[in-house]
Design a protein around this ligand. Sequence first.
Ligand code: C2E
Ligand code: MG
Ligand code: MG
Ligand code: MG
Length: 278
Amino acid sequence: RAKANGGHRYELFNEPLRRQTRDRLGLRAALRRAVEAGAVTVAYQPIVRVADGRLTTVEVLARWHDAERGDVLPVEFITAAEETGLIHDLGMQVLEQACTQATRWRGAFGAAAPRVAVNVSTRQLLPADFAPRVLAMLDRVGLPPDALELEMTESCAMEPGARVTLERFTAAGVTLAVDDFGTGYSSFAALRERTPQAFKLDRSFVARLPDDRPTDAIVSAVLALAGHLGATVTAEGVETQEQLQRLQELGCPQVQGFLLSRPATGEQIERDWLRRPR
Ligand code: C2E
Ligand code: MG
Ligand code: MG
Ligand code: MG
């Protein structure tokens, strides 16, 4: 009797843990099927030049709709993809979709067509054949390398194992951007060794504009530093007119966020930004 109760208690105690494990395994299996079926899609979010309000770039964001789970958050399925190694196939699918779309836009809209900024994980940059494969894909779809930007975290940009790959991209004309800048741990020494051409100022800074003095000072300093390094800056997560105005006063060259546009489909980008330029 006591033993049975103990067993029962044990069951209860472990049910959430067990469910978590089952969900994680289920998610991984479903993600594997989705990647094999080519079912991961992408959304595009406008990056806009502050000076004239024109679309310069779209950030490419992976999207996965699972029949059972609904829309799965990128933080969840990208993490799962990194842990399982599926990130290699998923990442190439995202890159190819984005570059195919960008090529079509260049054909239809010429100089008004945006560049594409694609997120990459550290793990993708480690295999020696990553850069050659991406450059061959660009050649195959007909997109010049300078129309592609790769976004990576600070630790990824500074990862020793990624150095050769990153140098090959730079030599080919691909732009390297540091994502979520200000939240990682790049030192000035590291920035001196590997100067990125673009910084994406993390949205946690933008969220505290315009009234927080330290934030204002940090944003000014990042803009000055980037300017002196010959790099551009995109402020992420711009949600209010007040934030946009302060960024403009501080001289931030580019902005991205819900105020300008939510992530959208390729057709929406065409309709709202390319056929009827703002
Ligand atoms: P990220 O690269 O920093 O992308 C920006 C995220 O901020 C996106 O979330 C976007 O929807 C969201 N965002 C944009 N504007 C605003 C705003 O005004 N307010 C707020 N609150 N959020 C805004 P999402 O799509 O959920 O992506 C999350 C992260 O997942 C990305 O952060 C990126 O690190 C990663 N990710 C997405 N797609 C890929 C991919 O294809 N490959 C890899 N390796 N990572 C990806
Ligand atoms: Mg990004
Ligand atoms: Mg970002
Ligand atoms: Mg961010």
